[in-house]
Write a protein that binds this ligand. Sequence first.
Ligand SMILES: NC(=O)c1ccc[n+]([C@@H]2O[C@H](COP(=O)([O-])OP(=O)(O)OC[C@H]3O[C@@H](n4cnc5c(N)ncnc54)[C@H](OP(=O)(O)O)[C@@H]3O)[C@@H](O)[C@H]2O)c1
Length: 304
Amino acid sequence: MNTPALATTHLTISCIGAGRLGTTLCRLLLEQQSDISISIRQVLNNSLESSLKAVEFIGGGKAIKDSERLKSADLWLISTPDDAIQEVSEALAQSGVLTPGNIVFHCSGSLSSKIIRLPDDQCYRASVHPIHSFANPEKSIATFAGSSCAVEGNDQAVKVLNSLFSAIGGNCFPLRSDKKGLYHAATVMACNNLVSLLAISKQMLTEANIDPAQQEQILNPLIRQTVDNYLTNADPAASLTGPISRGDQSTVETHLDALSSEPQWRDAYAALGSVAVGLARQQGFATDEELRKITDLLTRATDD
Ligand SMILES: NC(=O)c1ccc[n+]([C@@H]2O[C@H](COP(=O)([O-])OP(=O)(O)OC[C@H]3O[C@@H](n4cnc5c(N)ncnc54)[C@H](OP(=O)(O)O)[C@@H]3O)[C@@H](O)[C@H]2O)c1
């Protein structure tokens, strides 16, 4: 299969699912000023009204109302919600507009390019996950540059997409297709689950009869200092403080007693505490015996 996309200085892109991410990326690609010029060919959303709105924001492309009206393009961005990607790729295959060498890609964080159900001899498949919140496209146009982008898929497609996303300011890095789920879970752990952890912390302070204003005064400086330490050190082991770091078993025991009536809090404390034991071991402040006893306490608490 030849690769027209690699051999040309002008590329056409059509977008299926031009919502928050799709409209932002199409506009950035249209406006970028690298050696490769881009034109937006067609935009297809669920409703024609939504496609027309997307085209207006992008500043290019033609809104169409169904996949039967699709015309050829070099690249195909499927930026529907994740659940629709497979079905849309199947409809794209059936439309008969793909030509060998076309690149079809999506931007899901957790799904790999394998979700694109197209024969390898029909196109090159890839995914690019920009680590950026596209809540407000107007704002994202101004703030996208500098965002990291995980790229995986067919080598030829990855090469072209690396060039295009670099041209709009993305910091592209390669990711193995079979590691995509793990990679995405890691980002959720650092972002969404961190928020859940802070929610538990607030619930515990409420249970301790501390009013919301006081909770903020207690937690906010602590959160800022911890995140700041972590970002400065770039090493979790160098940032850990507290009872487990010191090998203070009696404090851990007091905490587990206080949490015993609320299994969700206790289990979260024990699971994260076990991770802290590993970090404390690297730090070397606590003795092996102290850390072994803390591990026993944490394990017994969740065995109950
Ligand atoms: N938003 C983010 O911050 C972010 C960040 C990284 C990655 N992503 C990924 O980017 C992708 C898009 O997310 P988003 O937040 O931009 O979604 P979104 O704002 O909800 O937009 C989805 C668009 O897809 C269209 N659509 C839905 N089903 C369709 C179908 N079957 N055929 C054609 N069009 C269809 C919708 O059209 P209508 O308007 O007509 O309903 C809408 O315009 C997802 O894969 C997501 O995981 C998003």
